[in-house]
Design a protein around this ligand. Structure first.
Ligand code: FMN
Length: 189
């Protein structure tokens, strides 16, 4: 059921880092994005896959995690993502395809959940550092989004937004992560 998959497709930021994701799995996820809608069917998005400890170690320091959790700097060693899919725009095929990025990102995340993985879409990325670390030519590609992937090691619970309207996510003392969501009636006008 799609609803079940979408509900299970939460943002996870802590992982069993030693649970690797094969290149074949990453390629299957990108293959889902290949089949999605694309502005003018330009298919300007390209994807860089990283799943070795050498490469993931280069990506991690360029990412900014969980802006709403001011006392948390991101996952510790051993709980970091075991793979990344970096969504790039091939500038020779089109300029920043922002809508295409989102469609590709969510499709890949849904595919990851189906494979019992999970992860986090990251837009807060030190792009020039990442381009340099992975030798991505910035005159040829823009770095749009980074998808961090792994075997989730945390519980994420959806809760209704309270009366005060605060949508910031938070954690309790057991590190359970809560994500407030608005009701259906609140979002249909
Ligand atoms: C386009 C986009 C960019 C995001 N960028 C970041 C990011 O840079 N860092 C981060 O920790 N989370 C990032 N997130 C994750 C959101 O914080 C997360 O989706 C939100 O808290 C809701 O949680 P949920 O995905 O479980 O519904 C991003 C999500 C989206 C859709």
């Amino acid at each position: 059921m799609l609803k079940e998959l979408v509900t299970k497709c939460r943002t996870f930021r802590r992982f069993y880092e030693d649970e690797t994701i094969s290149m074949e799995d990453l390629r299957e996820l990108v293959n889902l994005a290949r089949l999605t809608a694309s502005t003018s069917n330009s298919q300007a998005l390209k994807f860089r896959l990283c799943n070795t400890p050498e490469e993931t170690a280069k990506v991690f320091p360029t990412l900014n995690w969980a802006g709403a959790l001011s006392d948390w700097d991101g996952p510790e060693k051993g709980e970091r993502p075991s793979a990344y899919i970096i969504i790039l725009c091939d500038l020779s095929l089109g300029k920043n395809k922002l809508y295409d990025d989102g469609i590709a990102a969510q499709t890949i995340m849904l595919g990851a959940v189906e494979k019992e993985y999970g992860g986090c879409i990251l837009a807060s990325v030190q792009r020039s550092h990442l381009a340099e670390a992975l030798s991505i030519d910035p005159s040829r590609y823009s770095i749009d989004l980074v998808l961090a992937l792994g075997k989730p090691k945390e519980e994420v619970v959806l809760v209704p937004v309270k009366e005060d309207g605060d949508t910031r996510y938070y954690r309790d003392e057991n590190q359970v992560h809560y994500v407030p969501k608005r009701t259906l009636d609140d979002i249909i006008i």
